[in-house]
Design a protein around this ligand. Structure first.
Ligand code: GDP
Ligand code: MG
Length: 443
């Protein structure tokens, strides 16, 4: 997601870099480009207007024109504004003082309500040892109940259902009783959706809200629907008073507008983002990390957290230190690769590395697990000394690696080149975000 927006924002700002002295007119041009980039990314018009006004205000207040490095200052102002626009801090799931916490899932058909209920239940179960419980209250969509049951079996969470012939209000009443009986601590109500907001749906949801008194009304919106996502959020919020948003399908080809507009338009926080179809593919939404991602500064924190799932913190810190001081060698690289292989699709991870999301060389890259095996084969063919000191790898040693790994020499050369580039880039970025980014933009 966001590649288009990232490229445009970087382009807009890098224009300033080429100037020795930045004039008021230059700044106006830059702001116009940023404005167009945001509008083309489907960010809500009013939100864009306010955003541009704020950035311009801060930029003139900060004396950007007289500053030594106008582009860098603008990056930092834009970054701060993006973070603020998305709500500053991560907002946790609401929790009832006494069990159960009731979470009502609402949203249009196909947005991802059922899937997200399952993902969230799974997350609570895994991270907090919670005892979730799900109520199948969508009696209209064909096979909706079956879908929730399948998910329930998969994550081992009980599902309450009364078929499709019972009024959803009664299902919710009885389901809540059953949940209390089962001593569940989180209850998910998988309510119905429609293709569009309509009165019958809203009335049903309002009734369910009255009955269940949910602690959280979680609106699920599909990030791929662009401007419509924001309008949907406004509609549901006006009628039901949502308490949080889960933004789904951020793994898809979305332009980013929904992530950037929803908070500003509804005043309600995005709490989670869905980034895939699997039960593990749900993450807490961090405005600052999202801003870095949008600006192409990568999302190192998320990457490191993913690694920490089966990696201890100390080791991760050591790796960071090595990257910073550029002592990262092929042994670390092998370690990393093994960690990364347990973490999920390579393409997604690569995009979190600073500078990689927009790296043209990786634009349409499909990381084949076979490629990883080839890279490993090359590293395994290195002597311990070569692994610790990649500079030793002269042409004759490289030929030996090619023979040893059974890979063509061009592939060996390419791999070493990429390793060196990665090492350099990480060193730069980790030693001061904006500076590293500056260099990338200038490149
Ligand atoms: P509902 O009608 O709102 O309950 O939507 P579903 O939960 O049935 O989801 C509709 C489709 O979107 C399903 O095929 C899901 O697997 C898919 N889906 C949901 N969330 C995500 C996501 O974050 N990423 C991707 N790629 N697909 C998702
Ligand atoms: Mg559903």
């Amino acid at each position: 997601a966001f590649e288009g927006l990232t490229e445009r924002l970087q382009g807009a700002i890098s224009g300033l870099r080429r100037k020795g002295k930045v004039t008021d007119a230059d700044l106006r041009d830059t702001m116009r480009e940023i404005r167009m980039a945001l509008l083309d990314a489907d960010v809500n018009y009013t939100v864009v207007k306010e955003f541009v006004r704020n950035v311009r205000e801060k930029a003139s207040g900060a004396n950007v024109l007289e500053g030594l490095n106008p582009a860098q200052q603008i990056v930092s102002i834009v970054n701060d504004e993006l973070v603020e626009m998305m709500g500053d801090e991560a907002t946790p799931l609401n929790k009832s003082p006494k069990i159960p916490t009731v979470i009502m899932m609402v949203g249009l058909q196909g947005a991802g309500k059922t899937t997200t209920a399952g993902k969230l239940a799974n997350k609570l179960k895994r991270e907090q040892n919670a005892r979730p419980f799900m109520i199948a209250a969508d009696v209209y969509r064909p096979a909706a109940i079956q879908q929730l049951q399948t998910i329930g079996e998969q994550i081992d969470v009980p599902v309450f259902e009364l078929g499709t012939d019972v009024d959803p209000r009664d299902i919710v009443r009885q389901g809540l009783d059953a949940a209390r009986e089962a001593k569940a601590d989180y209850v998910f109500i998988d309510a119905a959706g429609r293709l569009q907001i309509d009165e019958a749906l809203m009335q049903e949801l309002a009734d369910i809200k009255d009955i269940a008194q949910p602690d959280e009304i979680m609106l699920v919106v599909d990030a791929m629907t662009g401007q419509n996502a924001t309008e949907t959020a406004e509609g549901f919020n006006e009628r039901l008073g949502i308490t949080g948003v889960a933004l789904t399908k951020l793994d898809g080809d979305t332009r980013g507008g929904a992530a950037l507009s929803i908070r500003a338009v509804t005043g309600k926080p995005i709490k989670f983002v869905g980034q895939g179809e699997k039960m593990d593919d749900l993450d807490v939404f961090y405005p600052d990390r999202m801003a870095s991602r949008i600006l192409g500064m990568g999302d190192m924190m998320t990457l490191i957290e993913k690694a920490q799932k089966d990696y201890d913190e100390k080791q991760a810190e050591e790796t960071m230190e090595k990257m910073k001081s550029s002592t990262f060698d092929f042994n670390d690289f092998l370690d990393q690769m093994e960690q990364v292989q347990n973490m999920g699709p390579m393409e997604d991870l690569i995009k979190m590395i600073p500078g990689m999301a927009n790296n043209p060389a990786l634009k349409n890259v499909q990381m084949d697990p076979k490629d990883m095996e080839h890279i490993k084969a090359i590293v395994y063919s290195m002597t311990p000394a070569e692994r610790e000191n990649p500079d030793l790898l002269n042409p004759s040693r490289r030929r030996r690696l090619a023979a040893g790994s059974g890979r063509p020499i061009v592939e060996v050369n390419r791999m070493i080149k990429q390793f060196n580039e990665m090492k350099k880039m990480m060193g730069q970025v980790l030693n001061g975000n904006t500076q590293g980014m500056e260099q990338m933009m200038g490149a």
